[in-house]
Design a protein around this ligand. Structure first.
Ligand code: SAH
Length: 269
């Protein structure tokens, strides 16, 4: 009887809309779980529970939030049999929950659906949460990219200004079922302490990064309408900053300093 039930649940068809690719390499789960040792952990999207089981083994307490009722039910049935006592399962959209629903926790450890990567980074900043995440390799390459490199982008500047990042492990696509088209990377993400960029500053940096190949001065002049400054003001800011480089060669701190100068002017208007 029990066997039959397992077979039936094995047939849960992975849904693309929820970004379902399930981890099948246990050693990866073990490595990720180490970051939750003796901590209270939250997991977004436990899926079939490979990481969940490793987390339960080493951490103090685990709360999982799974959007797909089919997977939630399956995990619930399996883990109750396995008597995982330090586990709480929630069936919900992660982003619909508030602090109270989630309870107190120290770290978020998850293999997430790739399509929510940016949304989750914003959530980490807003809620000041540390995380260990498995993300699409291409996305991580952009996060870690340095000025002057091909992949240096808005995401690189954003990641550098807001986070301390540590590469944990590379994960081949064969470690997931169904096998995704791309490889993944696990990274540890900690929010930087102290004053960092605000919403307005990031909005200005985004506008500048749209002109990546232009010199700072020309990028300012060309995007002056969007930025809310005049041509003279654009020229004056560029002169003050004394930056001759093209935008993609400027490091995040320089871009932030530029953004602050622009906001200094627009705020007075
Ligand atoms: N972490 C699991 C599953 C990865 S697939 C593993 O490593 O095997 C991503 C999981 O996130 C799926 O189970 C999917 O149903 C779930 N999910 C997707 N969007 C979600 C959301 N907004 N809130 C909670 N769970 C979500």
């Amino acid at each position: 009887m029990e066997k039959k039930e397992t077979d039936a649940t094995e047939r849960i068809k992975p849904l693309r809309k929820f970004g379902q690719n399930f981890l099948v390499c246990r050693e990866i789960a073990e490595k990720e779980a180490q970051f939750g040792q003796n901590k209270n952990v939250i997991e977004l999207g436990p899926g079939r529970g490979m990481l969940t089981r490793e987390l339960c083994a080493v951490s103090n307490h685990v709360t999982t939030i799974e959007i797909d009722k089919r997977l939630y039910d399956r995990l619930h049935a399996e883990l109750i049999n396995e008597e995982a006592k330090n586990l709480k399962l929630i069936n919900a959209d992660f982003f619909s929950l508030n602090e109270k629903d989630m309870g107190k926790f120290d770290i978020l450890i998850s293999n997430i659906p790739y399509n929510i990567s940016s949304k989750l980074l914003n959530w980490l900043i807003k809620n000041d949460v540390e995380a260990v995440l498995c993300l699409q390799k291409e996305f991580v390459d952009h996060m870690l990219a340095k000025p002057s490199s091909k992949k240096y982008s808005r995401l690189s500047v954003f990641s550098h200004l807001f986070f301390d990042l540590e590469h944990v492990a590379s994960v081949p696509s064969t470690c997931f079922y169904p096998r995704p088209k791309v490889d993944s990377e696990i990274i540890r993400i900690k929010k930087k302490r102290g004053a960092i960029a605000g919403k307005d500053e990031m909005a200005v940096i985004s506008i500048l990064m749209e002109h990546k190949k232009k010199k700072f001065r020309n990028a300012l002049i060309d995007s002056r309408k969007k930025l809310g400054i005049s041509k003279d003001e654009a020229v004056a800011i560029a002169a003050q900053m004394a930056v001759e480089d093209r935008i993609f060669k400027m490091n995040p701190e320089e871009l932030l300093a530029g953004a602050r100068k622009i906001i200094g002017i627009t705020n007075k208007k």
